[in-house]
Design a protein. Structure first.
Length: 51
């Protein structure tokens, strides 16, 4: 995981997931979790991009 990915996971979780996996179910889940609360979006982004 690069420094850019880590920064994006913290600041813009859906963008980090989009750059890693494209426009798919992972992105939509990340977007919804970020809209519900920032922290769940960050946790999910780290989980998905770390796979």
């Amino acid at each position: 995981m690069s420094i850019l990915t880590i920064i994006l996971c913290i600041l813009l979780p859906p963008l980090a997931v989009f750059l890693k996996h494209g426009l798919g179910s992972e992105f939509l889940i990340s977007l919804l979790l970020t809209l519900v609360g920032w922290l769940p979006g960050v946790i999910y982004a780290f989980y998905v991009t770390g796979k």
